[in-house]
Ligand binder design. Structure first.
Ligand code: FRU
Length: 927
């Protein structure tokens, strides 16, 4: 079965699927792309046979015509020359649902019934080429078979010139062309009686049948002049048989159809096989055109009879050329049709692809939009999360800040209390220590008693002042400070206070002056409070002004205020110190004392009670100026501030300097048992200690760790006593712990014992002190006897060490420089003892001397050369380790700087006449 498909029908299913997928959206797209199809029709074509060339030509003619109607589907059925089969096929076509039937019946009568049935059902029918016996058709299309018969008869008559014999080979007897051609032929021959049909062969339209009959009737053929066959294939079949028997030259062959192509009738005429043939048009093209008219409701003629003509030697060439052209055109058309079909299919598949692409695009866009939406959603969620995080972080930061502040405040308070106790400890020490000292003595010099009592009284007053300040501070803190202002002469008041510091200024060679623009200045002020402020400012100035400096107090009347300035040319402050100087708990530097920290905070409170201002200007190294601005009149004061105050207690006395000089306070002639260096920043305590220790030791004293360190290097004292908390000159100043560390880490000083003296009694400080290398630790307030005892014990231990390692060379020499040299030399050797590569060369380099200088100096001081001294120290250490420890000899050898135990043994025996193990058992005195 051949099925021709044109247009979009093939992809109907697919487009249906896509259309449903694309739904509404793609309907719009499809509407844009697809043109409205013409009404599609199914044409059934029942062909009696498809085997021969004429029928193939008919089908080609139809195809050509169908190319103009792509909307038509041709359902083609080939009955293969079988009438029975054709009947079945017509029924099948009808059952499949066709819109029109074209039928070319194998035999007229038998097929008529089937065609009638189709036609009666209302299906239009076109009968092609062969007739049916009824009129059940819309149109009959065919060549003029009777006329062809006549034309053939006329031709044969003239060919035989009215005299001759003919063998007629007929088509299928039941088919109308065979009947009509015979009829026309006979009619015509009747006109030429000399021409006779000597035999009629029933070729049934088929070559083989004709050939078969020709074989059988070859005798008859021998007598024939012409063979007239109803079609060209039968003519050829007979010719081939005749040729076989050599009859082909005497017989002329005539056929019907006039087919084109290389094996068609025209070629046979050209080749001289046929003498003539007659065109029998297929009507294929006409049948399709008629079908189109019928299907489109147009009228068609009842019969269409197509013209025929004779083809012989006279016209065959022209006709052949024409038909060849047509044949080629036909091929071209077929090729183009195929191409169009391919293109249509390509177009269709591309369109499908386009649909799929568009669909995919739509899907991608939708998915993309969805993804975008999700991303946006996610971003929004992230943003929200980030905002929440930020908020949480901010809250956390706030909480942290608050807790940091709280921690800081707590730390500051703790530090404040620690300093407060330190501040209380020092005057308490200065009360308790001389008191204990006096009580412990049997005989007391009355002058000493007086000096001690003066010290006790002064420190008791200091305590009183501290307590007083603390109470004021508490009141200020609680907002309960009360101003008791009265109008008084400020100049006289300031003058009094300045005078109180006169003696102190004279002692320290400080130029103290009051410079006033007014001889007298009335001002409303609280005498008690302003006294504290000025006392505090002046104490402060004295504290930081060096000997020979100046402290100028300026008093100046301005428009609505009085200015009081306390200016000094002392140490000055850094910008940072200035910003914190009035802070109550400020401990940024080491300078915090109640004298400034607490005092200045309170002073500002007092001044602000007067609605005044207290400010500071200072420059490091150049001095400080405190400026006090107090408003004139009483309008700025609250009536409650103006109450007359109760009688004032007399002001506390200005602290007197401890009368004695710091150093060199010695009782002439007394035997001093060593040099002590005291590092203490509290002037009175330092002076007191110097005075109390000077009768037993040579005492050197310094107030800062830096100065102390210089003094240590210079003098190499036998013992160092240092306070832990040292104020120093700068914020980065060393404290006692750092000083101890430095002493212990330097080979020149590492052997000097250090006693740490401090008010801080906590365990951590002791641990820190011990870690720094301190030899003893004494808490303030301390008893003098205990301090002395500690000093003695420490010195004795030191002496033992010296004797153990260095002999008593150090003890023997009194010269400080010599002592220093020996001390350094011994400490260095001791330190490097385990280093076997350390010899005299390195020793002299580290001592900063040439080899020769070192030899000479050692020889003079010790009476032996440096190598011997080196050996002596090694031996002493070895002896000590042998007797005092159970360390193996090999280890002792290593610890005393010998490269091998054997060398150690030899060396030891050389010097002691005993092996190390013998010495360990019974140490000989000689050794
Ligand atoms: C082909 C054929 C032709 C002839 C026609 C008549 O089948 O035999 O040769 O002209 O049929 O119907």
């Amino acid at each position: 079965m051949i099925q021709y498909t044109f247009g979009l029908h093939h992809c109907r299913f697919l487009s249906g699927l896509i259309s449903s997928l694309l739904a509404g959206l793609l309907l719009v797209l499809a509407g844009c792309v697809e043109t409205k199809p013409k009404a599609a029709y199914r044409i059934g074509f029942s062909q009696c046979t498809g085997a021969d060339l004429w029928r193939q030509t008919m089908l080609n003619d139809m195809k050509r015509a169908l190319a103009l109607h792509p909307e038509y589907t041709l359902l083609y059925k080939d009955a293969g020359n079988s009438t029975a089969r054709q009947l079945r096929q017509i029924e099948q076509l009808a059952a499949e649902g066709i819109d029109l039937l074209i039928v070319s019946p194998n035999e007229s009568a038998p097929i008529t019934k089937a065609v009638d049935a189709v036609f009666k059902k209302g299906t239009p029918v076109i009968v092609l080429d062969r007739r049916i016996t009824s009129t059940s058709y819309n149109t009959f299309i065919s060549g003029d078979n009777v006329e062809i018969g006549r034309l053939a008869g006329r031709f044969v008559g003239s060919l035989l010139k009215g005299q001759g014999t003919v063998v007629e080979v007929t088509g299928l007897a039941g088919s109308s062309p065979a009947q009509e051609r015979r009829q026309g032929f006979r009619e015509q021959l009747a006109r030429t009686p000399g021409v006779r049909v000597i035999r009629e062969l029933d070729g049934q339209w088929e070559r083989d049948t004709a050939r078969h009959l020709a074989e059988r009737e070859k005798q008859v053929l021998q007598q024939a002049d012409v063979v007239f066959a109803h079609n060209e294939v039968m003519a050829l079949g007979v010719q081939q048989v005749c040729k076989k028997y050599g009859l082909d030259r005497q017989i002329r062959f005539v056929g019907i159809d006039g087919l084109p192509g290389p094996v068609g009738g025209m070629q046979l005429v050209l080749d001289g096989i046929l003498t003539a043939t007659f065109l029998y048009p297929t009507g294929g093209e006409e049948a399709i055109e008629a079908a189109a008219r019928i299907l489109n409701g147009k009228a068609v003629p009842r019969e269409t009879i197509l013209k025929s003509f004779q083809i012989d030697a006279s016209n065959v060439q022209a006709l052949k050329a024409q038909s060849d052209r047509l044949y080629t055109q036909q091929r071209d058309i077929e090729r183009q049709t195929r191409r169009i079909q391919q293109l249509t299919e390509t177009y269709s598949s591309q369109r499908n692809r386009l649909y799929i692409t568009l669909f995919s695009l739509v899907v991608v866009i939708v998915l993309g939009a969805w993804a975008l939406y999700l991303v946006r959603e996610k971003q929004a969620a992230y943003q929200q999360l980030a905002q929440q995080n930020d908020a949480i972080r901010q809250q956390k930061d706030q909480i942290e800040a608050v807790s940091r502040q709280a921690r800081q405040a707590t730390e500051e308070k703790l530090r404040f209390y620690s300093y407060i106790s330190h501040e209380f400890n020092t005057p308490l020490s200065l009360i308790l220590t001389p008191t204990e000292d006096l009580l412990a003595r049997r005989q007391i010099d009355p002058r000493e008693v007086k000096a001690s009592l003066l010290l006790v009284r002064k420190n008791a007053y200091r305590l009183l002042r501290l307590v007083d300040q603390m109470l004021d501070l508490r009141k200020a803190d609680a907002g309960k400070l009360q101003l008791n202002a009265r109008p008084e002469d400020l100049v006289a008041f300031v003058q009094d206070i300045v005078q109180d510091f006169g003696q102190k200024a004279a002692r320290q060679r400080i130029d103290l002056r009051l410079i006033s623009s007014e001889p007298k200045q009335l001002l409303w002020f609280d005498r008690d409070k302003l006294d504290k402020v000025l006392f505090n400012l002046l104490s402060n100035a004295f504290k930081y002004t060096p000997r020979g400096g100046f402290i100028h107090v300026r008093l100046e009347k301005q428009a609505e205020t009085v200015l009081v300035q306390v200016q000094d040319n002392g140490e000055g402050m850094t910008a940072d110190e200035q910003t914190h100087i009035f802070d109550l708990f400020y401990t940024g530097g080491n300078r915090f004392t109640l004298g400034n920290g607490l005092g200045l905070a309170l002073s500002r409170e007092f001044v602000e009670l007067h609605q005044g201002e207290l400010t500071v200007q200072s420059e490091k190294g150049r001095g400080t100026t405190f400026t006090l601005l107090l408003p004139l009149g009483s309008a700025h004061l609250d009536p409650t501030d103006l109450e007359p105050a109760p009688a004032q207690q007399p002001g506390l006395p200005v602290e007197e300097e401890w009368a004695q000089a710091e150093t060199g306070v010695t009782e002439a002639g007394a035997r001093k048992s060593g040099t002590l260096l005291l590092v203490e920043d509290h002037d009175e305590l330092r002076q007191y200690l110097v005075s109390r220790l000077a009768d037993r030791f040579e005492v050197l004293a310094e107030s800062t760790a830096e100065q102390g360190w210089e003094r240590i290097l210079e003098t190499i004292p036998d013992l160092i006593i240092s306070d832990i908390m040292l104020s120093g000159q700068t914020a980065q100043a060393m404290n006692g712990l750092q000083l101890t560390q430095r002493i212990k880490n330097d080979f020149r000083t590492s052997t000097i014992p250090v006693i740490l003296l401090t008010a801080k009694g906590q365990m951590e400080d002791r641990i820190e002190g011990t870690r720094a290398g301190a030899d003893a630790y004494i808490s303030k307030p301390f008893q003098m006897a205990y301090l002395l005892e500690t000093i003695n014990t420490t010195l004795i231990n030191r002496e033992k060490w010296q004797q153990r390692y260095t002999g008593d060379y150090l003890a023997k020499t009194e010269n400080r420089q010599e002592k220093k040299f020996l001390n350094e030399l011994t400490a260095l050797i001791e330190q490097k003892l385990t280093d076997t590569s350390f010899g005299v060369e390195q020793l002299s380099r580290e001592m900063g001397l040439s080899r020769v200088q070192l030899y000479r100096k050692t020889q003079t001081l010790l009476g032996k050369n440096v190598a011997d001294y080196f050996a002596e120290i090694r031996l002493k250490k070895a002896r000590a380790l042998l007797t005092e420890t159970s360390k193996p000899i090999a280890e002792i050898a290593f610890e005393t700087g010998f490269s091998s135990p054997a060398y150690f043994t030899t060396f030891f025996k050389q010097h002691t006449h005993q092996t190390p193990s013998e010495y360990r058992k019974s140490p000989s005195i000689n050794a």
